[in-house]
Structure formats: C-alpha cells, structure tokens
Design a protein around this ligand. Structure first.
Ligand SMILES: [Zn+2]
Length: 137
C-alpha cells in the first residue's frame, strides 16, 4: 500500500477508535489533531511519520483553562505493518482513556461523575456550586 493510502487509512482508523464525538484539527505544522470524547478524553496527533497518543488533561491557571495533554506513547507508523500500528495505537488509546476516566470524581451533591477540571472543589461540581450560590443570594 502507498504511504499516502496508509495515511488516509490511519485517519479513518483514528476516527473510529476514539470516543465520540471526534473533533479534528490541523496544527500549524500540518499535523492532524484528533480530540475524542465530550468532555475530551483522548488526544491523538498524526503526522507523516508519527502517531502520538495523549491522555487529555488540563488545569485552571490564572489566565484561564490551559490544556496540557499527557503523552502516553508514540508510534513510528511507517516502520511497522498496518496491523501492528493499529494494534499499538488502539491499545494506547484504550490505556489513555482508562487513565483519564479514572480521574473523574463523583459530585457529593448530584452524584454525577465529572472530569476533574469540571469540579468546583474536590467533590462538588460547578453546576451544584452555582446552584448553592444562587440559594444564598
Ligand atoms: Zn453536582
């Protein structure tokens, strides 16, 4: 298979492996960035030689929310067979997602699981925190 065909195949494969909805962007240097899940769970960067898988992560800083994905693995896709690439990438995506979901916390008010950056404090989500503020006013 031609390299360009394999690239197209990888794009389709990543779209099918990531948790939905999948958002696709192109970075300034031409790499394709896939962000899967809502809230985001896994980020994958694909360029002409690498597939890089990240666990989605971010934190609130003084300037607002800053996205800081944690890299979990890089695969040199042109050096491996299609099957080996797909198996490796699929395993990395599963692993990254598992780590991300393990960080979710249940809100002590509504009981819903939330991504860590959506929690107002250790165990109260933003929505419940807002409601509590409304009651006080
Ligand atoms: Zn809540």
């Amino acid at each position: 298979m031609e390299v360009s065909e394999r690239f197209e195949q990888l794009i389709a494969f990543l779209g099918s492996q990531l948790p939905a909805p999948v958002e696709q962007q192109t970075s300034d240097d031409g790499a394709i960035i896939f962000i899967g899940g809502a809230p985001a769970e896994v980020v994958v960067q694909l360029d002409e030689s690498n597939v890089i898988v990240f666990e989605y992560s971010g934190a609130w800083e003084t300037d607002g929310f800053v996205v800081k994905p944690r890299r979990v693995g890089l695969v040199k896709w042109r050096r491996l067979s299609e099957t080996a690439v797909m198996n490796a990438v699929s395993t990395l995506i599963k692993g990254a997602r598992e780590m991300r979901l393990a960080r979710y916390r249940s809100c002590s008010c509504c009981g819903e699981k939330n991504a860590p950056e959506l929690l107002f404090s250790d165990d109260v989500c933003h929505r419940c925190a807002d409601e509590q503020r409304d009651i006080v006013h």
